[in-house]
Design a binder for this molecule. Structure first.
Ligand code: RNT
Ligand code: ZN
Length: 424
């Protein structure tokens, strides 16, 4: 049977439940995922004198072929994007600036250092998102940035965050689509603090200063990303969830929830509805924690589907900025992007093909038997056939066909990178 015939059969099955499959695909088409550029080069960036990765995050593996230059990174992103249905966004970090060999300190970065990224984004119809980089730097060596006791170090990072917001605003203006600029800091302590309050007071003050600079919210939105612990900040993280939830609510900023930044049995899916009751918009870093914030490639697991269901059921796709955040250097990096992003989209399609109104009604009526039975039965409804059809319609490879593209790209492009041509 052809993909189209399979699709027609699937459509009939969903149709029995009043589910409009064509409408679901239309909705899916409108969703832009913010794809993190840092999967392509193990969060190295292109600074003239790069520091080792720090901040309590880690990339493991040494799969050959990582991008060594902005050109290579963009080429790899293009490859991944050609295997993912839809129009998406690319999420940059400050360390991906292009300064043409000149050392530009992070507190001196300007929009012009992202000229090529903007041109590229325009050419490919992509939106851009942005992050100041408050790690992998001599001034972040002791694990403190915006909360450092030394005011000159704090000021350096405050200035960096301010120029980041301006860079975000510039992206938004140039590309005609609002940029999300997200602040994540590693600050915390390995061991039990004797004072939890003072660093948090300082973080509040630093953020107030950063946000006191006017940036047009039509072009740039600000988010703050919390965390529960990191390597070297096991006992205390200044920017905890409660801290940022309070800060964001009071100051009209977005909270960014990273799915790896909570206790292992705490789920982001269960937070979305509460967050959306009190916040106009929400930002996500969809990742996959394995025992800890390990940033594994996103798979189509229960929690991913549950997140997608929350976004769909609560009509929150327009109010949520879905970003990805994983870094795996033990597999082909372009494949990592492809797998993770396709999974994010698959989970949304899965959620769009559920009889969500009826399931809500069953709960209201107290019919928990039917609620459970249907939620389980729908897990094996033919959503894969709808996904295949969608991929075909969108001009990207169907099922695992994309793997052969990846492996030809690996032999034609990625493997050549190891042949000693040293760059940068
Ligand atoms: C770290 C945060 C943060 C980073 C990126 C590189 O724990 O999740 O989002 O992963 O900014
Ligand atoms: Zn994150």
């Amino acid at each position: 049977m052809s993909i189209k015939q399979n699709f027609e059969m699937a459509k009939k099955q969903y149709g029995k439940w009043g589910i409009d499959v064509e409408q679901a695909l239309e909705t899916l088409k409108q969703v832009a995922i913010s794809i993190h550029c840092w999967q392509g080069d193990d969060i190295k960036g292109f600074e003239v004198n790069p520091s080792e990765l720090s901040g309590g995050i880690d990339v493991t593996g040494d799969y050959p072929g990582k991008a060594r230059t902005p050109e290579e990174l963009r080429q790899d992103l293009e490859k991944a994007l050609s295997l993912i249905p839809g129009k998406h966004r690319v999420n940059l970090h400050a360390i991906y600036a292009e300064t043409e060999g000149e050392t530009v300190e992070r507190d001196r970065l300007e929009p012009k250092h992202f000229k090529k990224w903007i041109e590229w984004a325009k050419e490919h119809g992509l939106g851009l998102d942005y992050n100041p980089t408050l790690f992998s730097h001599p001034k972040a060596k002791d694990g403190l940035t915006l909360t450092h006791p030394d005011p000159t170090i704090r000021q350096f990072w405050i200035d960096h965050c301010i120029n980041s917001r301006k860079i975000g605003e510039h992206f938004g203006k140039e590309l005609g689509t609002t940029t999300l600029t997200n602040i994540w800091i590693p600050d915390g302590y390995k061991d039990i603090p004797s004072d939890r309050l003072t660093p948090r007071k300082r973080l509040k003050e630093s953020l107030d200063e950063i946000f006191s600079v006017d940036v047009d919210s039509r072009y740039n939105l600000d988010a703050v990303e919390s965390k529960v612990f990191g390597i070297g900040s096991e006992s205390y993280v200044v920017g905890s969830h409660e801290f940022y939830m309070g800060y964001a609510l009071k100051n009209d900023k977005l909270c960014l929830l990273d799915t790896g930044h909570f206790h292992p049995t705490e789920t982001v899916s269960n937070k979305i509805s509460s967050m959306l009751l009190f916040n106009e918009k929400l930002a996500l870093h969809v990742s996959r924690p394995v025992r800890w914030d390990s940033d594994h490639v996103v798979t189509l697991d229960d929690e991913l589907r549950e997140i997608a269901l929350e976004l769909v059921r609560n009509d929150a796709l327009d109010r949520t900025i879905i970003g990805l955040d994983f870094f795996d250097a033990s597999i082909n990096r372009v494949a990592a992007w492809t797998i993770g992003t396709r999974n994010m989209l698959k989970s949304l399609l899965y959620a769009l093909l559920m009889p969500n109104d009826y399931l809500k009604q069953l709960q209201e009526e107290g019919d928990f038997t039917r609620r459970l039975a249907l939620m389980e039965e729908f897990k094996t409804y033919p959503f894969g056939q709808v996904w295949d059809y969608y991929c075909q319609q969108m001009g990207v490879p169907v099922q695992e066909e994309w793997l052969s593209d990846i492996f030809s790209y690996e032999s034609d492009v990625l493997s050549k990178r190891e042949e000693g041509v040293s760059v940068g």
